[in-house]
Design a protein around this ligand. Structure first.
Ligand SMILES: [Zn+2]
Length: 292
């Protein structure tokens, strides 16, 4: 199944649903950063969360998610937007899934159970919107759910799911977000809560070929109205020119040091791990630009 996201309405417009298959997105994140199992699931779930929150944005608005837990993977940063593209990185990509006190492999033991989840939204206004909540679970699904309830005041059920193969490669990944709109009655909420139990592990369904639309039908019923479907992709927009601009901003003195001491420079994009090399001649040209 190709990666894509669907937006839908259910319960006569009282409930909004988002659902996506993101297997290739999570695979791309894992291969870009050469992640071990723990970092694959932690970064993967945050990428899926980024796409779900991004799907609520309009036009060219974009957002950055920062998960700063006290677990061994360290901080996770994900950038997303309303066009279905996402990119991200994790501080310690080599961390495998950690065992909890009972000896079971656990994402909270890997991400941490204390710290913060922050969302910075650039909505084209003067000031970005920033929301921050404490990490409440460390499995990220509950943490994103808590963020939506507390910071955005939209009661939501969020599930982020990454299924690994035995060799720790990505078998399937996906997620959903169900939002109850003002006006939804108790009966509707109770019915959805019961239906959520039918999708305990979304990635497993995706691995079996169940589509994002069918997932929403399981949760919201067969009269769910699909509004939109769009492809999602891990894309980094970095370029040699963008890093050149950053080098120029360092100033002529710093660039001169790179020429004299290192005889060149290498820039590494933290989002996609792509490397850009600058020769002495190229640095000389950037130094001239820095001098104006
Ligand atoms: Zn990049």
């Amino acid at each position: 199944m190709k990666d894509y996201l669907v937006k839908a309405l259910g319960y006569n417009g009282m409930v909004r649903g988002y659902s996506l298959c993101a297997t290739a997105v999570v695979q791309e994140g894992a291969s870009r950063h050469e992640t071990a199992s723990g970092a694959t699931v932690a970064l993967g779930r945050t990428l899926i969360g980024g796409l779900l929150l991004g799907a609520t944005l309009k036009g060219d608005d974009k957002l950055t998610i920062k998960v700063q837990g006290d677990g061994p993977v360290g901080s996770i940063v994900v950038d997303s937007n309303g066009h279905g593209t996402v990119k991200g990185y994790i501080k310690n990509p080599q961390v495998p899934l950690q065992a909890d006190a009972a000896g079971n492999l656990s994402l909270p033991a890997t991400v941490g159970t204390a710290g913060t989840l922050s969302v910075i939204k650039d909505l084209g206004l003067k000031e970005p919107f920033t929301g921050q909540v404490p990490i409440v679970a460390g499995d990220l699904s509950q943490d994103f759910t808590y963020y939506m309830a507390v910071s955005e005041q939209v009661p939501s059920a969020i599930s982020l799911s990454v299924l690994l193969n035995e060799d720790a490669s990505v078998a399937a990944a996906g997620g959903f977000m169900i939002q109850v709109l003002p006006g939804a009655d108790e009966e509707c909420i109770a019915s959805i809560e019961a239906s959520l139990q039918k999708v305990p592990n979304m990635a497993k369904f995706i691995a079996e070929g169940v589509t994002p639309e069918e997932i929403l039908q399981k949760i919201l019923g067969t009269d769910v109205e699909i509004l939109e479907s769009m492809p999602v992709e891990f894309v980094c927009d970095c370029s040699k020119e963008k890093f050149a601009t950053a080098i120029i901003a360092l100033g002529a003195k710093e660039i001169e040091e790179m020429i004299v001491e290192d005889h060149g420079a290498e820039a590494v994009c933290s989002f996609c791990n792509r490397k850009y090399h600058y020769t002495e001649e190229e640095l000389q040209a950037l130094k001239d630009e820095a001098l104006g």
